[in-house]
Design a protein around this ligand. Structure first.
Ligand SMILES: O=P(O)(O)OC[C@H]1O[C@H](O)[C@H](O)[C@@H](O)[C@@H]1O
Length: 536
């Protein structure tokens, strides 16, 4: 029996048992939680016991996790389908770090770019860098995917630390997006950052041109109020952005892992270089933990193993991410790219078919909002949805501490309700207390039953600071890495996004009336003619 089979057998044995009864062991909570630099992951409200955990850790060991982890941190070309190293960790590495790629230390370049980007951010913040009419009041980051979701998520998360110009994000090729953002801004006091790893992404290039036209209508030298972040410096030059405002990075940083470098420029401008440095330090602290803690006490490893248990072993296809932290409202969207673009693959590293399901569908919304929307299904639906709660012990609004208490109470109540449920007898008793009896009571009671025994984890931290945000994001990045290693796939390519892009290109001329739709299927032809019938 291999370890996967042992885990399946274990699931057959214990899958239905009561999680609540595991708490008969007074050490359950302590034994099934982990700490890392002030943050705690509690996974006690899952069906995992010591024996199951040992099997899961053996699974990670058997997949060669430790060697793969070292290979990533030391710059080996582990992204084999693109023949690249995977070194987002270099972007947050400390001053004395040395990381070699093809025999050369990459850190000097990383540090130089970081220093240049930070200096530019401070110039924008202080007014040393100004627009045609003076100090920059607004920054527009134009980018999509990894060039948008990370910085947009982090900018919202760190709102209490904003003391720079306002920062806006435009991603969608839908003209409505850029229209609604630019309509509120003064081009003479706006800085536009064009963020694109490749500088070829059609959405970003189209929006960048729109922004440039908007700027050119009022500003005599519009290029002077543009900056670019990209690995493709020749393309940024062709767009007319002067090299001193171009911030490069290397192709060993994946788009969805790029927030730590100059792709974070808009965030740097919002919160300043010092706070951005604290964010990097948080990521670095998690890197150190991930690299040194034993697998069974390693937070990213455990989080990944809990996920593998729920998805590949128990068969729960989705996972809800539920930040009880309004400023993490964009975290689920950010994680959708990080996790689903990384581990949504059907072919293993060696080219064979993946023998098991790939990573889960990740979705979610902040609490308490979700409670009044989709939690019904989580509590009483027929599918089990493992839930991942995130919670700050302290808010940033001391004058609203009573609201934070309510938030905390709701978060803890949800995981308790999922665990405990409400039995038929309890439902009956509640109804009886309200005066119902007999057939009327019986008719109602079953609808009020909560099966309970539904798993959840809670990540709890003192307060959402730049350092803590860095820890959280690095935790999730490494969790994705561990899951990818266990599933035996390459977490760092994204070929699955290509086909749609190519077909969109072929449809452009059809929409313009310059090409025929004859080779398209009937449904696509019908949709095209609907659009053409409503054009103009
Ligand atoms: O930064 P860019 O090169 O413009 O890429 C933006 C995004 O587009 C692609 O389609 C990829 O799926 C993403 O991984 C990437 O983050």
């Amino acid at each position: 029996m291999d370890i996967w089979q042992e885990l399946e057998a274990q699931h057959a044995r214990i899958g239905d048992r009561s999680i609540l009864e595991l708490f008969m062991d007074p050490k359950r909570a302590e034994g099934f939680s982990l700490h890392s630099d002030g943050m705690m992951l509690d996974y006690a409200k899952t069906n995992i016991d010591a024996e199951t955990r040992a099997l899961l850790v053996a699974l990670a060991e058997g997949a060669g996790l430790e060697a793969r982890r070292e290979a990533m941190f030391t710059g080996a070309r582990i992204n084999t389908t693109e023949d690249r190293a995977v070194l987002h960790v270099a972007l947050r590495a400390g001053d004395d770090a040395q990381i070699m790629v093809d025999g050369a230390d990459v850190m000097a370049q990383v540090r130089a770019t970081r220093a240049r980007a930070c200096a530019f951010a401070e110039d924008v913040r202080s007014g040393r860098f100004a627009g045609q009419a003076g100090r920059i009041t607004d920054v527009v980051n134009i980018g999509i995917g990894g060039s948008d979701l990370g910085p947009a998520m982090a900018t919202l998360a760190l709102a209490p630390f904003h003391d720079g110009p306002r920062v806006h994000y435009v991603s969608n090729v839908d003209g409505a997006h850029i229209q609604d953002v630019l309509a509120r801004l003064d081009p003479e006091r706006t800085l536009v950052i064009v963020a694109s790893k490749t500088f070829t992404t059609i959405e970003t290039m189209t929006n960048a041109q729109t922004a440039r036209d908007w700027m050119a209508a009022k500003v005599s030298d519009p290029g002077a109020q543009f900056a670019a972040v990209s690995t493709a410096q020749e393309r940024t030059a062709a767009f007319g952005i002067a090299p001193e405002r171009v911030f490069g990075f290397e192709d060993w940083v994946g788009g969805r892992y790029s927030l730590w470098g100059p792709i974070g420029l808009a965030l740097m401008i919002a919160v300043g270089a010092e706070r951005f440095g604290e964010f990097l330090a948080g990521g670095r602290a998690m890197d150190d933990h991930f690299r040194t803690a034993p697998l069974g006490a390693n937070m990213p490893v455990l989080l990944a193993l809990v996920g593998v248990w729920h998805n590949q072993i128990c068969g729960h296809a989705t996972r809800a991410v539920l930040p009880y932290d309004q400023r993490l409202a964009r975290l689920p969207a950010y994680l959708q790219q990080l996790e689903m673009e990384s581990n949504g693959k059907r072919v293993a590293l060696d080219g064979s078919d993946l023998p098991r399901h790939s990573g889960p569908v990740v979705w979610g919304e902040p609490g308490t909002n979700g409670q009044h929307a989709f939690f019904q299904l989580i509590h009483q639906g027929t599918r089990v949805v493992p839930c991942e709660f995130l919670l700050a012990a302290r808010g940033h609004e001391p004058h609203l501490a009573h609201q934070h208490r309510l938030l905390v109470a709701n978060c803890l109540a949800q995981s308790e309700a999922l665990l405990r449920g409400r039995s038929l007898d309890e439902a009956r008793a509640t109804l009886a207390a309200k005066g119902l009896e007999g057939a009327a009571l019986e008719e109602q009671a079953r609808h009020r039953v909560f099966p309970g025994n539904r798993p959840s984890t809670t990540l709890i931290y003192p307060q959402l600071t730049p350092f803590v945000l860095g820890q959280i994001i690095a935790l999730y990045e490494h969790r994705v890495f561990v899951e990818g290693v266990i599933l035996g796939l390459n977490s760092f390519d994204q070929w699955g996004v290509e086909l749609g892009k190519e077909l969109a290109q072929s449809l452009g001329p059809v929409l313009d009336g310059q090409a025929s739709a004859v080779d398209k299927d009937g449904s696509t032809r019908q949709l095209l003619s609907f659009v053409q019938g409503h054009d103009g």
